[in-house]
Design a protein around this ligand. Structure first.
Ligand code: PLP
Length: 356
């Protein structure tokens, strides 16, 4: 006889690793193409020498650096093993009955339904608008007395679309104060809305204790392999997150690399300007070739190809460029370095007749 395992887990698909071709270009995971900066590499090497010692479970040095950077208190910052771990921990601190509801847009970040189910709560999803944006009015309408947590992914993964400050504020005004709202800003550094519309969750959260912001070192800061994300919110939310945190799950090397990368942020954020220029050029070229392309504020583009999504991704892989299909919906293409992007664009424009 085998051990009892929660039967509901059978409905969570087992993780299927992305296909890897040895010399294919990988534009499938929204990673940064470049390796860590020399200062981060040095911090990684030095901290690795202390691997016999446990890391700081309170992550004090990094939390202090983040608090200084964001002009908040240390008690307003929690660090997780990637912000995806914080997503799961946010479900754990808010939901305590299977009927508790976690509300989010769909399609959005694939982790939301999984962490909700793992947390024994119920997912409630609201379709995106025809422009691939969160339908914030419909989301506010979908709040019930069972709603405990709301994820707002801004910019949204996988569509890249973002709402501005005014729309978010209007939505938040409609959310009861006892419902926690997560503004997932994993792609914050790539937003180029005008200065008065670019939403900064940390600023929005200053006057709203039911708002918690998630950001990560995995995207613009280029440390996806080391797993560091952070939450900024009210002290009671942060204290609860630290209670459910898996002890020592943010390792020593990750903490050191994040501190070094935060110090070197000027150089890292400079790179986002180059990427954003490329993103906008590729979008224009794809539109010229006849493709539908959502307005992106992130480091990727969304091609809503519907039933052609899987075939497009397969043809792209055969041409040496791995992109991310969402069967029946669309394809997400990460913006890489110019040589990678050109390889993708050559494929896409050569195949336009087949897929548009
Ligand atoms: C990539 C991503 C994250 C960050 O994941 P990490 O666990 O920090 O690597 C969080 N939210 C969204 C929407 C993402 O796309």
């Amino acid at each position: 006889m085998t051990a009892h395992i929660r039967p509901d887990l059978a409905t969570i698909p087992a993780y299927v690793p992305g296909r890897n071709h040895p010399d294919a270009v990988k534009l499938a995971s929204n990673e940064t193409t470049f390796g860590p900066l020399p200062a981060a590499t040095k911090a990684i090497a030095e901290s690795a020498e202390l691997s016999n010692r446990y890391p700081d479970n309170q992550v004090t040095e990094l939390r202090t650096a983040l608090a200084d950077f964001l002009d908040v208190g240390v008690e307003n910052v929690a660090v997780g093993c990637g912000s995806v771990a914080l997503c799961q921990e946010l479900v754990q601190i808010t939901c305590d009955a299977p009927t508790d509801e976690v509300l989010f847009a769909w399609r959005s970040f694939e982790a939301y339904p999984i962490v909700t189910q793992v947390g024994n709560a119920t997912s409630v999803t609201v379709p995106l608008t025809p422009d691939h944006l969160h339908d914030l009015d419909a989301m506010a309408d979908a709040i019930t007395e069972r709603t405990k947590l709301i994820f707002v992914c801004n910019p949204n993964n996988p569509t890249g679309t973002a709402h501005g400050t005014a729309e978010l504020e209007r939505f938040l005004d409609r959310v009861p104060e006892h419902v926690l709202v997560v503004l997932d800003e994993a792609y914050y550094e790539y937003m180029r809305l005008t200065p008065d519309t670019v939403p900064n969750g940390v600023e929005i959260g200053r006057s709203r204790p039911n708002v918690v912001v998630l950001r990560t070192f995995s995207k613009a800061y280029g440390l996806a392999g080391l797993r560091v994300g952070y939450a900024v919110g009210a002290p009671d939310v942060i204290a609860a997150l630290m209670k459910v945190h898996i002890p020592f799950s943010v390792n020593r090397v990750a903490q050191a690399a994040a501190i070094a990368s935060l110090e070197a942020r000027g150089e890292l954020l400079e790179r986002t300007n180059v990427l954003v220029a490329q993103r906008d050029q590729i979008a224009e070229a794809l539109i010229d070739a006849g493709y539908p392309v959502a307005a992106s504020e992130a480091n990727f583009l969304w091609l809503p190809l519907g039933d052609k999504a899987t075939a497009f991704a397969e043809a792209s892989a055969a041409a040496g460029v791995l992109v991310r299909p969402f069967a029946g919906h669309g394809v997400r293409v990460t913006v890489g370095d110019p040589h990678e992007n050109n390889r993708f664009l050559t494929f896409a424009t050569d195949s336009a007749a087949q897929f548009t």
